[in-house]
Design a protein around this ligand. Structure first.
Ligand SMILES: Nc1ncnc2c1ncn2[C@@H]1O[C@H](COP(=O)(O)OP(=O)(O)OP(=O)(O)O)[C@@H](O)[C@H]1O
Ligand SMILES: [Mg+2]
Length: 362
């Protein structure tokens, strides 16, 4: 799947206009604060129909502007177009697929597939459990609509149960439990199955980045909750605690993924470079998962990914990114000398919100 064209209007500091995107992608170089991350954010917007930084739509509107518009046109396996228009007055968002309005946002999510690495994603390996749950939920939702449906129903029921617990309404809280059990079991089952299947690739990716040792992935949580029948006993055991705390203390919203090298948890013992390599390996795993489950090659968006890596790791990562067939790759860096020579991509420049192809890629 390839992004052919990206039309942008009123989005952060980006210049309005249409970018004709090279089939291999590009390496975007520009000084700090020029709009490199903003351009990746616009390109990724049609994937989840929201910001990859978790910013509100109103923050994406160019300062003082009335709203924004992003339209992506694709070629390849899933040719078509996806456009989103946000109007700040009334906070209205309109989405069209192939120029036809789509009222259900969830139907449009994941039509255009991309995986993004942001500087803050090092927290995937070194940060709190929330980061890894978000990672799992986003990836598995894009991999399978049933996961997204279950997740939305689970979150709704969880909010209702927690509200009821806080208001001391035990019966109302109990009435939410069957939905939590059926939807939560699907979430736990899919997550555990993914971790079991993904461990080998995670180890291979880290070895490919020159990380010594034996890396492993594990699921931290009550794996028995993959069975809907296991939930009633679990709720019986946790009810008193849940009521005292006013929140649900069991279930996939509390779980985590453990990352370790030679049995030592990376979160505790990983060096800065190791945490970065592990986070990159998780992103490459996300890419492999989406490719396998959706039969579509996602684009890869890497924001300042080469920073902090030593020369050998930079070289290996560039070689890894260039391997494996026809993938579209978007890479940013503040300085051209931060891009390893192995990275054979058209060079583009970003200046004051305007992205322009370099001479050698014309
Ligand atoms: N809603 C907005 N409207 C206008 N400008 C904005 C908006 N949001 C952010 N900006 C501007 O965009 C600029 C930052 O752009 P961006 O984060 O893409 O920079 P960058 O090129 O990635 O820089 P760095 O190399 O430091 O990461 C800032 O100068 C900021 O003021
Ligand atoms: Mg940036």
């Amino acid at each position: 799947m390839r992004l052919l064209r990206l039309a942008i209007r009123g989005f952060r500091n980006l210049a309005d206009g249409v970018l004709e995107v090279p089939s291999r992608g590009f390496a975007l170089v520009g000084r700090n604060g020029q709009g490199k991350t903003n351009l990746l954010e616009a390109a990724y917007y049609p994937v989840l129909l929201r910001s990859f930084r978790g910013a509100a739509d109103s923050e994406l509107v160019a300062f003082g502007g009335p709203g924004f518009h992003v339209e992506a046109t694709f070629g390849g396996e899933a040719a078509g177009s996806l456009a989103a228009t946000f109007v700040a007055a009334g906070r209205r968002k309109r989405v069209t697929i192939d120029d036809v309005e789509e009222r259900r946002l969830t139907a449009a999510i994941g039509r255009w597939l991309a995986v993004v690495f942001l500087p803050g994603d090092v927290a995937l390996a070194g940060g709190p459990a929330l980061e890894r749950r978000r990672y799992l939920d986003r990836m598995l939702s894009l991999a399978e609509p049933a996961y997204l449906r279950a997740l939305l129903r689970y979150r709704g029921a969880l909010a209702r149960r927690n509200a009821a617990l806080r208001q001391q309404q035990g019966d109302v809280a109990r009435a939410c439990e069957p939905i939590l059990a059926s939807e939560g079991a699907l979430l736990v089952e899919r997550r555990v199955a993914w971790i079991v299947a993904a461990g080998g690739t995670f180890a291979d990716e880290l070895a490919g980045l020159d990380e010594p040792g034996h890396p492993t992935l594990g699921y931290k949580g009550r794996a028995e909750l993959a069975q809907p029948e296991a939930w009633s006993e679990a709720f019986a055991g946790s009810f008193a605690t849940d009521r005292a705390r006013g929140s649900t203390t069991i279930g996939p919203h509390r779980d985590d993924v453990t990352l370790a090298i030679d049995g030592q948890p990376l979160r505790v013992f990983g060096s800065t470079g190791q945490l970065r390599s592990a986070a990159i390996a998780l992103k490459l795993l996300e890419l492999a998962t989406l490719r396998e489950r959706r039969g579509i090659e996602p684009a890869l968006l890497l924001d300042d990914v080469f920073a902090e890596l030593d020369t050998e790791r930079q070289r290996r990562l560039a070689a890894r990114l260039m391997s494996e067939g026809p993938r579209q790759l978007f890479v940013t860096a503040p300085r051209i000398d931060e891009l390893p020579a192995q990275l054979e991509l058209p060079r583009w420049a970003m200046d004051g919100g305007r992205a322009t192809p370099g001479r050698e890629s014309a």
